[in-house]
Design a protein around this ligand. Sequence first.
Ligand SMILES: [Zn+2]
Length: 193
Amino acid sequence: MSEQRMASTEMVEEIRTLAAIRDHRLAPYMTDGRPMTLAMALNARRHLLGRPVRHSAGASPQPAAKVAPMSPVPVEPERVTQRTPVPLPEIPAGYYAIPSLTGVNDLAFYRVKVVTEGRWSGRTFVDQIVGGKPDFPVRGERARQVLRAIADAGIEESMREYGRSLGYCGRCNRHLTDAVSRSEGMGPECRRK
Ligand SMILES: [Zn+2]
């Protein structure tokens, strides 16, 4: 039995970089550090190279490379080409549960922090919450994916899902100690906000 050739770390990294430059949302299996076959990687790279460069001031549009029709690589459907980057949804600070982007677990848990003062004022940061481990910073395209996924699932609904799943309030992360709060996923004060 011949073993499948796998893509090198460098190639996977290149694909991630290309995806960021081309404003392309990668399929979950490409963003998770899991091994990718060489064939998949080559296909994904060819696909990305054929995408228009994200518009930036002064840059002349790069002619799209001729790309062979896509073979069945599970990249997500292409979005309509945008002249300007798609604005990120505004997600308030809080704790969120969304369907796992990796498909490994059923839910993934995130903390969204919005900085209100200092040099990072106005910036949003995302940490992944993994049981028994320190919160793990999520950055770059991956963080944008998480924010979009929260918006898709619904901001309040994702907060409440966090609370219902873990027993901590999705807004303030305090323990939920009564049955109503646990079923609502949020403590009484935060529900009124
Ligand atoms: Zn609360």
